[in-house]
Write a new protein. Structure first.
Length: 248
């Protein structure tokens, strides 16, 4: 039965498929389909608009129109379905739904299709994604890995980043000033708790806003009493290492 009520509307011309709105919908109403956000079913949307503030392009709005009534039973069924899908394929796609966040592993040292005459300096990246919030704790590339937790700004300052820091490591990047540091700590705690990694290395800039990254990684490692070797590196604005120490 349809009634006139408030419900989400998606402007497909404005939607770029970033998927930031998907995890903000507690009812599982939204999903990425062919690169665009779609409403799975009208009866899953409560019309409260929790997803509106997550859209960077303004593609979402609340409108009033004829739609199926909100169905809490259908929502429970939908959430159960999503949980089942997650358990069956936990690393297939991240919660944001963005196609670029799909798990990938590849060989370091040469980009796909690169010419044999490419410069000597080559990429040492062996996986995707690299953002802390997008890397799942059970990502296959984390098993038996030496993990590098890298502050975003440090990546731009270090001219030999790939050869000196990324080579031989799995990198996870983030900004401890502007991002959700509790989310970071929770994620690293989950990774440490699995007991799959060999070591942790954190790299920050000398600026104060970066220092929180060292602290949250220490706390995450300590939460489970994990006997994981931890090294902390600080670099200056020119990319030179000014401090390096092993944390007991």
């Amino acid at each position: 039965m349809k009634i006139k009520r408030k419900i989400i509307h998606i402007d497909e011309e404005l939607c770029d498929g970033c998927g930031q709105c998907v995890p903000s919908c507690a009812e599982g109403t939204l999903e990425i389909v062919n690169g665009k956000v779609k409403v799975v079913s009208d009866n899953l949307c409560d019309g409260l608009g929790a997803c509106l503030g997550e859209c960077p392009t303004g593609a979402l709005k609340i409108e009033e129109r004829e739609a199926e009534e909100f169905d809490e039973v259908a929502v429970e069924e939908r959430l159960t379905e999503l949980e089942t899908r997650k358990q069956d394929s936990p690393t297939e796609v991240m919660a944001c739904g963005c196609p670029s966040s799909q798990i990938m592993s590849f060989d370091a040292g040469k980009a796909a299709g690169a010419a044999d005459t490419a410069p000597t300096a080559t990429s040492e990246l062996t996986h995707w994604p690299v953002k802390i919030r997008l890397v799942p704790a059970d990502a296959p590339f984390l098993k038996d890995a030496d993990v590098l937790v890298l502050a975003d700004c440090a990546a731009t300052a270090c001219s030999n980043l790939h050869q000196n820091l990324i080579k031989g490591r799995v990198v996870m990047m983030g900004c401890p000033k502007f991002d959700d540091t509790q989310l970071y700590q929770d994620k690293i705690e989950q990774i440490c708790a699995r007991g799959d990694i060999r070591s942790l290395t954190t790299v920050i800039m000398e600026v104060p806003c970066c220092s929180g990254l060292h602290g949250l990684v220490r706390k995450a490692r300590g939460s489970f009493g994990a006997n994981i070797p931890l090294e902390e590196i600080v670099i200056d604005r020119r990319g030179d290492v000014i401090e390096k120490k092993v944390v007991p």
